[in-house]
Ligand binder design. Structure first.
Ligand code: FE
Length: 212
Protein backbone atom coordinates (compact mmCIF):
# COMPACT_ATOMS: atom_id res chain seq x y z
CA UNK A 1 0.00 0.00 0.00
CA UNK A 2 1.25 3.45 -0.84
CA UNK A 3 0.28 6.59 1.02
CA UNK A 4 2.80 9.02 -0.46
CA UNK A 5 0.38 10.62 -2.90
CA UNK A 6 -1.87 12.14 -0.31
CA UNK A 7 -1.15 14.32 2.66
CA UNK A 8 -1.40 13.49 6.31
CA UNK A 9 -2.16 15.99 8.98
CA UNK A 10 -1.82 13.31 11.61
CA UNK A 11 1.11 11.13 12.41
CA UNK A 12 0.01 7.61 11.62
CA UNK A 13 -0.17 5.59 8.42
CA UNK A 14 -3.50 4.55 6.99
CA UNK A 15 -3.76 0.88 7.67
CA UNK A 16 -5.65 -1.76 5.75
CA UNK A 17 -8.74 -2.34 7.79
CA UNK A 18 -9.15 -6.06 8.43
CA UNK A 19 -12.59 -6.19 6.81
CA UNK A 20 -11.47 -4.78 3.44
CA UNK A 21 -9.92 -6.74 0.60
CA UNK A 22 -6.27 -6.46 -0.22
CA UNK A 23 -5.44 -4.84 -3.52
CA UNK A 24 -5.04 -1.37 -4.90
CA UNK A 25 -6.83 1.42 -3.09
CA UNK A 26 -9.67 2.83 -5.15
CA UNK A 27 -10.95 6.36 -4.70
CA UNK A 28 -13.98 5.01 -2.83
CA UNK A 29 -11.73 3.10 -0.51
CA UNK A 30 -9.70 6.20 0.33
CA UNK A 31 -12.89 8.11 1.06
CA UNK A 32 -14.26 5.26 3.18
CA UNK A 33 -10.98 4.89 5.05
CA UNK A 34 -10.64 8.63 5.68
CA UNK A 35 -14.26 8.91 6.84
CA UNK A 36 -13.95 5.88 9.09
CA UNK A 37 -10.77 7.26 10.71
CA UNK A 38 -12.25 10.71 11.16
CA UNK A 39 -15.44 9.42 12.80
CA UNK A 40 -13.38 7.38 15.21
CA UNK A 41 -10.80 10.13 15.88
CA UNK A 42 -13.52 12.70 16.56
CA UNK A 43 -15.24 10.32 18.94
CA UNK A 44 -18.47 10.15 16.89
CA UNK A 45 -18.38 6.36 16.89
CA UNK A 46 -15.95 3.79 18.18
CA UNK A 47 -14.33 1.10 16.07
CA UNK A 48 -16.27 -1.44 18.13
CA UNK A 49 -19.60 0.27 17.42
CA UNK A 50 -18.77 0.29 13.71
CA UNK A 51 -17.81 -3.36 13.75
CA UNK A 52 -20.99 -4.28 15.65
CA UNK A 53 -23.16 -2.38 13.15
CA UNK A 54 -21.52 -4.15 10.20
CA UNK A 55 -22.07 -7.47 11.97
CA UNK A 56 -25.76 -6.62 12.48
CA UNK A 57 -26.16 -5.59 8.85
CA UNK A 58 -24.49 -8.71 7.53
CA UNK A 59 -26.42 -10.90 9.94
CA UNK A 60 -29.70 -9.98 8.30
CA UNK A 61 -31.06 -12.51 5.85
CA UNK A 62 -34.25 -13.34 3.93
CA UNK A 63 -35.48 -15.32 6.93
CA UNK A 64 -36.65 -12.02 8.42
CA UNK A 65 -38.78 -11.24 5.38
CA UNK A 66 -40.09 -14.80 5.34
CA UNK A 67 -41.38 -14.37 8.91
CA UNK A 68 -43.29 -11.28 7.83
CA UNK A 69 -44.80 -13.09 4.83
CA UNK A 70 -45.82 -16.13 6.89
CA UNK A 71 -47.45 -13.90 9.50
CA UNK A 72 -49.38 -12.05 6.80
CA UNK A 73 -50.56 -15.35 5.31
CA UNK A 74 -51.85 -16.63 8.64
CA UNK A 75 -53.18 -13.42 10.22
CA UNK A 76 -55.50 -11.32 8.00
CA UNK A 77 -55.38 -8.38 10.41
CA UNK A 78 -51.58 -8.41 10.30
CA UNK A 79 -51.69 -8.55 6.51
CA UNK A 80 -53.97 -5.52 6.41
CA UNK A 81 -51.58 -3.62 8.69
CA UNK A 82 -48.61 -4.69 6.57
CA UNK A 83 -50.18 -3.38 3.37
CA UNK A 84 -51.28 -0.20 5.14
CA UNK A 85 -48.02 0.62 6.96
CA UNK A 86 -45.21 -1.85 6.37
CA UNK A 87 -42.74 -0.07 8.64
CA UNK A 88 -45.04 -0.41 11.63
CA UNK A 89 -46.02 -4.00 10.78
CA UNK A 90 -42.41 -5.12 10.44
CA UNK A 91 -41.58 -3.34 13.68
CA UNK A 92 -44.26 -5.45 15.41
CA UNK A 93 -42.07 -8.50 14.72
CA UNK A 94 -39.05 -6.76 16.20
CA UNK A 95 -37.41 -6.09 12.82
CA UNK A 96 -35.77 -2.70 12.68
CA UNK A 97 -36.43 -1.00 9.35
CA UNK A 98 -36.20 2.76 9.99
CA UNK A 99 -35.43 5.22 8.54
CA UNK A 100 -36.26 3.88 5.08
CA UNK A 101 -39.88 3.84 4.00
CA UNK A 102 -41.00 0.28 3.29
CA UNK A 103 -43.94 -0.64 1.09
CA UNK A 104 -45.34 -4.17 0.88
CA UNK A 105 -46.83 -5.18 -2.48
CA UNK A 106 -49.40 -7.95 -2.54
CA UNK A 107 -49.31 -10.45 -5.38
CA UNK A 108 -52.71 -11.64 -6.56
CA UNK A 109 -53.91 -13.75 -9.49
CA UNK A 110 -54.53 -10.49 -11.34
CA UNK A 111 -51.33 -8.67 -10.48
CA UNK A 112 -47.73 -9.73 -9.91
CA UNK A 113 -45.18 -7.29 -8.50
CA UNK A 114 -41.44 -7.17 -9.21
CA UNK A 115 -38.87 -4.94 -7.51
CA UNK A 116 -35.83 -3.30 -9.05
CA UNK A 117 -33.55 -0.35 -8.45
CA UNK A 118 -32.87 1.03 -11.92
CA UNK A 119 -30.35 3.55 -10.60
CA UNK A 120 -28.15 1.39 -8.37
CA UNK A 121 -28.97 -1.34 -5.89
CA UNK A 122 -31.49 -0.03 -3.33
CA UNK A 123 -32.93 -3.05 -1.59
CA UNK A 124 -34.79 -3.79 1.68
CA UNK A 125 -31.58 -4.98 3.35
CA UNK A 126 -33.04 -4.88 6.85
CA UNK A 127 -35.60 -7.44 5.75
CA UNK A 128 -33.71 -9.52 3.15
CA UNK A 129 -30.03 -9.02 3.90
CA UNK A 130 -27.59 -8.17 1.12
CA UNK A 131 -28.93 -8.13 -2.46
CA UNK A 132 -27.91 -10.90 -4.89
CA UNK A 133 -25.38 -9.97 -7.59
CA UNK A 134 -27.95 -10.16 -10.38
CA UNK A 135 -30.09 -7.54 -8.62
CA UNK A 136 -27.20 -5.09 -8.96
CA UNK A 137 -26.39 -6.09 -12.55
CA UNK A 138 -27.11 -3.67 -15.35
CA UNK A 139 -28.89 -6.36 -17.39
CA UNK A 140 -31.52 -6.94 -14.68
CA UNK A 141 -31.91 -3.27 -13.85
CA UNK A 142 -32.56 -2.24 -17.43
CA UNK A 143 -34.35 -5.27 -18.83
CA UNK A 144 -36.86 -5.97 -16.07
CA UNK A 145 -38.43 -2.58 -16.73
CA UNK A 146 -38.73 -3.09 -20.49
CA UNK A 147 -39.56 -6.77 -20.67
CA UNK A 148 -40.48 -8.07 -17.22
CA UNK A 149 -42.28 -11.15 -18.51
CA UNK A 150 -39.24 -12.28 -20.48
CA UNK A 151 -36.93 -11.69 -17.50
CA UNK A 152 -39.25 -13.65 -15.20
CA UNK A 153 -39.31 -16.48 -17.72
CA UNK A 154 -35.50 -16.60 -17.60
CA UNK A 155 -35.79 -17.02 -13.84
CA UNK A 156 -38.12 -19.94 -14.51
CA UNK A 157 -41.24 -18.00 -13.57
CA UNK A 158 -44.07 -18.37 -16.05
CA UNK A 159 -47.13 -16.27 -15.32
CA UNK A 160 -50.46 -16.50 -17.11
CA UNK A 161 -51.08 -13.78 -19.70
CA UNK A 162 -54.04 -12.66 -17.62
CA UNK A 163 -51.69 -11.66 -14.76
CA UNK A 164 -50.50 -8.09 -15.06
CA UNK A 165 -46.85 -7.51 -14.08
CA UNK A 166 -46.00 -4.30 -12.27
CA UNK A 167 -42.38 -3.25 -11.82
CA UNK A 168 -41.51 -1.02 -8.85
CA UNK A 169 -38.39 1.13 -8.89
CA UNK A 170 -36.75 1.48 -5.48
CA UNK A 171 -35.02 4.64 -4.32
CA UNK A 172 -32.68 5.59 -1.52
CA UNK A 173 -35.61 6.26 0.82
CA UNK A 174 -38.31 3.99 -0.62
CA UNK A 175 -37.94 0.21 -0.49
CA UNK A 176 -40.35 -2.48 -1.61
CA UNK A 177 -40.97 -6.04 -0.53
CA UNK A 178 -43.29 -8.39 -2.36
CA UNK A 179 -45.91 -10.34 -0.43
CA UNK A 180 -46.07 -13.51 -2.57
CA UNK A 181 -49.21 -15.57 -3.00
CA UNK A 182 -49.64 -18.37 -0.51
CA UNK A 183 -49.32 -21.74 -2.26
CA UNK A 184 -52.29 -24.10 -2.52
CA UNK A 185 -52.77 -26.93 -0.04
CA UNK A 186 -50.89 -25.29 2.80
CA UNK A 187 -53.87 -24.76 5.11
CA UNK A 188 -52.59 -27.18 7.71
CA UNK A 189 -49.11 -25.70 7.91
CA UNK A 190 -47.82 -23.69 10.85
CA UNK A 191 -46.43 -20.19 10.52
CA UNK A 192 -42.88 -21.53 10.90
CA UNK A 193 -43.44 -24.18 8.25
CA UNK A 194 -44.85 -21.57 5.90
CA UNK A 195 -41.92 -19.23 6.53
CA UNK A 196 -39.54 -22.01 5.48
CA UNK A 197 -41.20 -22.06 2.04
CA UNK A 198 -40.62 -18.37 1.38
CA UNK A 199 -37.44 -17.65 -0.56
CA UNK A 200 -35.63 -14.40 -1.15
CA UNK A 201 -36.44 -14.23 -4.86
CA UNK A 202 -40.18 -14.50 -4.24
CA UNK A 203 -39.95 -11.39 -2.04
CA UNK A 204 -38.18 -9.54 -4.87
CA UNK A 205 -40.86 -10.86 -7.21
CA UNK A 206 -38.80 -12.84 -9.71
CA UNK A 207 -40.20 -16.12 -8.44
CA UNK A 208 -43.29 -17.48 -6.75
CA UNK A 209 -43.61 -19.59 -3.62
CA UNK A 210 -44.32 -23.25 -4.12
CA UNK A 211 -45.17 -25.90 -1.57
CA UNK A 212 -42.12 -28.00 -2.39
FE1 FE B 1 -30.34 2.03 -5.58
Amino acid sequence: MSTDHHHHDHDHEHIDHPDTDAGPWSEHRYIEGALRELLIEKGVVTAEEMRAQVERMEGRNPGLGARVVARAWTDPDYKARLLEDANAAVDELGIEIQPTHLIALENTPEEHNVVVCTLCSCYPRNLLGLPPDWYKARAYRSRVVREPRAVLREFGTELPDSTRIRVHDSTADMRYVVLPRRPEDTEGMSEEELAALVGRDAMIGVSVVTKD
